[in-house]
Write a protein that binds this ligand. Structure first.
Ligand SMILES: [Zn+2]
Length: 307
């Protein structure tokens, strides 16, 4: 199975258009290597047909930067993209669908709650349902995404509930604090032939006992790297919400990802969805050194992994 990190950053990317924090200023100026697009990965069992995990607002730029996703030579119209699996209904996860509107057939896989968000926003009708199928997926029910001709992809994906929160634009709806299942999915993604697998958890508010058990001895995980500390946005004067309030557990602290995932025997740990406020983005920072010492990797856009 091949995996490409299309984007490593959280919402807004690095730099964020209206942000002058330390990381954003550096990314705009002396350290352009800090630039990163919004979180998404692409996966493939055969190296030819690819599935996107979420469609970020930066998808067009990500496709241009990723040779694996370019049209095949000799075809006037073609895309290796066979499907998109959505883990939530946030703008960060769905806005890129609008960049896939030029008539190429593919399938959108999402929980019914996320599909209903697409359904109720008529702008997504640019994706003609005759060509772009919308396939509901269920918790704890594995599925095999299919290629445009209906043949099996060789991937098996198991969605499961992850502690999170509702999409922010749904928060004003009744019962704003009630987290209904379907708003945040984690994925176990396996290559059916080799049995190799990875976990994708770009948003996770807490490591529950159930989740600990699930991740035990995993060969590879992509995990929520939004914030270094829970009060990061408040401390930097960038916002009023804690990480917990936004459905993200921090990297540091007693209950942070570094500590919580330290003793689970996970072979390779990669942070994803890293906010531009997070000092771990600076390669020379103490925070980066601490993360790396704990066995974590901070990816760059375009990084490919074969498992
Ligand atoms: Zn910033």
């Amino acid at each position: 199975m091949r995996v490409v990190v299309l984007g490593a950053a959280a919402g807004g990317g690095v730099p964020q258009w209206n942000c002058n924090c330390e990381v954003c200023r550096a990314a705009r100026g002396p350290q352009p290597e800090l630039q990163a697009t919004q979180a998404s990965i692409a996966i493939s069992a055969d190296g030819e047909h690819w599935f996107l995990i979420n469609a970020s607002p930066d998808l067009r730029q990500q496709v241009i930067a990723t040779p694996q996703l370019h049209p095949k030579p000799g075809h006037l119209r073609h895309s290796p993209i066979s499907g998109v699996i959505l883990t939530n209904g946030e703008v960060d996860a769905v806005a890129g669908l609008l960049s896939l509107r030029e008539g190429w057939p593919f399938t959108i896989y999402a929980h019914q709650r996320v599909l209903s968000v697409l359904k109720s926003n008529s702008i997504f009708n640019v994706l003609d349902e005759k060509r772009v199928r919308r396939q509901p997926i269920e918790f704890d029910t594995a599925f095999e995404p299919v290629l445009p001709d209906g043949s099996p992809s060789g991937l098996e994906i198991l969605p499961f509930a992850v502690p999170g929160k509702r999409a922010w634009y749904l928060e004003s709806a009744p019962q704003p604090e009630s987290d209904e299942p379907g708003d945040t999915l984690g994925l176990r993604i396996a290559d059916k032939r080799s049995g190799e697998y990875l976990y994708f958890l770009a948003a996770c508010a807490a490591l529950t006992p159930d989740l600990r058990q699930r991740l035990q001895d995993a060969p590879l995980i992509f995990f929520d790297g939004t914030l270094w500390r829970d009060d990061e946005l408040i401390a930097a004067g960038l916002g009023a919400k804690t990480g917990q309030r936004m459905g993200h557990m921090a990297m540091s602290g007693e209950n942070g990802a570094l500590a919580a995932l330290a003793d689970l025997g996970i072979a390779r740990k990669i942070f994803l969805h890293i906010n531009n406020s997070n000092p771990v983005l600076f390669p020379d920072s103490a925070e980066r050194k601490a993360a790396e010492k704990s066995g974590w990797q901070i990816p760059s856009d375009g990084m490919e992994i074969t498992i």
